[in-house]
Design a protein. Structure first.
Length: 648
């Protein structure tokens, strides 16, 4: 069986953010799940690089559109692996394979008589890349609240109105075509309201695919963009057509559920050859507010992943928001769920299980005896979790799948308490202890499979600690547990670090400080007497002798403590190879907890005149670091040179 899933291709006027990460992570979980079931999977994402919006964005930056496109597209290509995205292909609309495919689709639609030349006069919204009728405008703006422009230009028209009846009949015959249902109802209402022919070419700018046989026109960016789902399939990949599901945000459902099937129908595709489903998810706000550049709250998923792990971010996005509904990204909730659900329910279960094995079975996988009601109940919970998660993923409800899987974690934790292996050990019943621990190991193994679509890295780590081979999905092999996994006894378990280390109150404060977006400068009160900037631009060159006056040394932080009443300062002792560690007071407290600094190999300005911060608080040097004070990165020296070694 083949499963073909796509994300929207993202505009390159923005770098990857939590919104684009959200859709991409959801698609990734689906792709990984279907691979695990032994299906042949194709997972496509990419970038939408043409159109007036991009042409203007490039002009604002003063670079050619292609240069701009190459740079921003790279930021997407490089971002996704950092979130463990396993896309099989990445399509860019400026690639020849795509532009040729768009022209071919155009020719087919035109040759079938559905594209004709005319003149467009009406409203256009560059931000939405959409045409609007007078009726659709709200207070002189687009329905999304963006500026519109009056346009009058020669244009090719697609005969969308001809497809109204066929679309409605298709919707009728395919009740799952758009999900969730309320989105489908909106789409149907829109089509029933009457369809106007659609302008599908522009002449007032040039950044796009040339219209075949009429180079004055470029293809309308949505005709161009939607075609990516088709053009990216190479000759050997046609078997993936039609797409199983296009996952999109709600603001682009009209393009996917109306225009796209109509373009395909017009090109000669039969109803059976149209995409199987458009899944429309909701809109994310950030701490209750709309995410936007002007509000300064566009969240960088890579920064969040770097702070709390990609898997924690993936989990949060897919668990905290009911897929299909609008949702809110709350930093507080993210950190709470890391400690409770990921740390307590999942991480502790693995830790406890491996800890009990270390204590009672010499760290080996024990053999499982007959077992009783408790074991049968847990086995049944495992099978139920796998079935419920399967059903939820079939309906594209990852939040419910995670709910079912985490219910198994909680059930297994309750089982440990009820089965009380420590009491059995005290009674000397080693066989019973073995059975309990083998039952728990079986749940942990099943969890490492069930969670792998969502938490690929942590699931791999679980398997490493459980001494299981990495999961290697292969076509035709179904790995989804239908029954509790049974293991031969004897393997040596390999306990390791906690999967999700606990975030204590101090770290929580620090993380909230670091992750919560800052308001644009105009909205915050001017900071009190700002400290001198640490990165002044050099206006004058210095000689090598001047540089030689700096005594830079390798140091190792041996202790660190907060300074009462000074939020930004940490009081450090740094080993510089001198008889006593140096005292250095550094403005690092907004970026690091004291514990995070101990053991770090840093670069110290060792001959800076002592500086007194307050009575008795004297610093005898400075650490080199880069970045804003709430997000500093220390200049570090890798293993090797001993403390005190000169840095030159
Ligand atoms: O629309 N909440 O590209 P785009 C949830 N190029 N999802 C969000 C989001 C948010 N706050 N912000 C963005 C385009 N998204 C076209 C698509 S497809 C042929 C062409 C996600 O860069 C969501 O999936 O504006 C949304 O549909 C998509 O990013 C829009 O990306």
């Amino acid at each position: 069986m083949a499963f073909y899933v796509t994300t929207p291709i993202y505009y390159i006027n923005a770098r990857p953010h939590v919104g684009s990460a959200y859709t991409t992570i959801a698609c990734d979980a689906l792709a990984r799940y279907h691979r695990l079931r032994g299906e042949r999977v194709r997972f496509l994402t990419g970038t939408d690089e043409h159109g007036q919006k991009i042409e203007r964005a490039a002009a604002e930056r003063g670079v050619a559109p292609q240069v701009f496109a190459d740079e921003v597209a790279r930021s997407f290509v490089e971002a996704w692996p950092q979130l463990s995205i396993s896309n099989d292909d990445f399509v860019r609309t400026t690639e020849p394979r795509h532009t040729a495919g768009v022209q071919e689709l155009w020719r087919r639609v035109r040759d079938n008589g559905h594209i004709t030349l005319g003149e467009y006069e009406g409203w256009y919204c560059v931000a939405d890349e959409a045409f609007y009728t007078e009726k659709e405008l709200v207070d002189g703006k687009s329905p999304t609240g963006r500026a519109v422009e009056r346009v009058r230009e020669p244009s090719y028209f697609f005969a969308l109105s001809r497809f109204q009846e066929r679309l409605l009949a298709f919707y009728e015959a395919h009740p799952g075509f758009v999900a969730p249902e309320h989105r489908f109802n909106e789409v149907k209402a829109f089509v029933r309201g009457g369809l106007q022919d659609l302008s599908v070419s522009r002449t007032t700018f040039t950044w796009g695919v040339k219209v075949p046989d009429d180079e004055r026109h470029v293809v309308y960016v949505w005709f161009d963009a939607l075609a990516n789902y088709l053009t990216s399939l190479g000759p050997g990949e046609r078997e993936f057509w039609p797409p199983s599901v296009h996952v999109i945000g709600k603001e682009i459902s009209r393009f996917h559920a109306v225009y796209w099937p109509a373009f395909l129908m017009a090109a000669g595709y039969s109803d059976d050859e149209l995409p199987r489903q458009i899944y429309v998810h909701g809109w994310l706000t950030v701490d209750g507010e709309k995410m936007s550049k002007s509000a300064g709250n566009v969240l960088d998923p890579l920064k969040i992943a770097a702070e709390v792990s990609a898997d924690a971010l993936r989990y949060y996005l897919l668990r905290a928001v009911s897929f299909g509904q609008d949702g809110d990204f709350s930093h507080e909730d993210l950190l709470t769920r890391i400690n409770t659900e990921l740390g307590n329910d999942l991480g502790n279960l693995l830790n406890r299980t491996l800890g009990l094995c270390a204590k009672n079975t010499g760290g080996l996988v024990p053999s499982r005896g007959e077992g009783g009601d408790l074991e049968r109940a847990l086995d049944a919970a495992l099978v139920k979790a796998a079935r419920d998660a399967e059903a939820a993923l079939g309906r594209i409800e990852p939040h419910r799948a995670l709910d079912a899987i985490f219910e198994l974690c909680r059930e297994a934790n309750r089982y440990v308490d009820k089965a009380a292996p420590w009491a059995e050990a005290k009674r000397g019943d080693a066989a019973r202890v073995g059975t309990i621990l083998a039952t728990l190991l079986s749940v942990c193994e099943a969890l490492s499979v069930l969670l792998s679509p969502f938490l690929p890295e942590k699931s791999a780590e679980m398997r490493r600690q459980l001494a299981l081979a990495p999961l290697a999905p292969r076509e035709g092999e179904d790995h989804w547990p239908a029954a509790p996994p049974v293991r031969a006894p004897g393997a040596t378990l390999s306990p390791g670090q906690p999967l999700f280390p606990r975030i204590d109150d101090d770290q929580r404060r620090l993380l909230l400080e670091r992750l919560t977006p800052r308001r644009p400068a105009a909205e915050v009160a001017a900071p009190p007497a700002a400290p001198a900037p640490t990165t002044e631009t050099n206006k004058q060159d210095i000689s090598i002798d001047d540089f030689g006056k700096l005594d830079l040394r390798v140091g190792v932080v041996v202790s660190a403590a907060r300074v009462p009443k000074k939020d930004k300062l940490l009081d450090l002792r740094v080993d510089l190879g001198e008889p006593e560690p140096r005292r250095i007071v550094a403005g690092l407290a907004l970026s690091f907890t004291p514990e995070a600094l101990v053991g770090r190999r840093v670069v110290v300005v060792a001959n800076l005149a002592p500086r007194e911060f307050s009575k008795g608080l004297v610093s005898h040097g400075m650490l080199l670091a880069a970045g804003p004070s709430e997000d500093l990165r220390l200049v570090a020296v890798p293993d090797g040179p001993a403390p005190g070694t000169r840095v030159k």
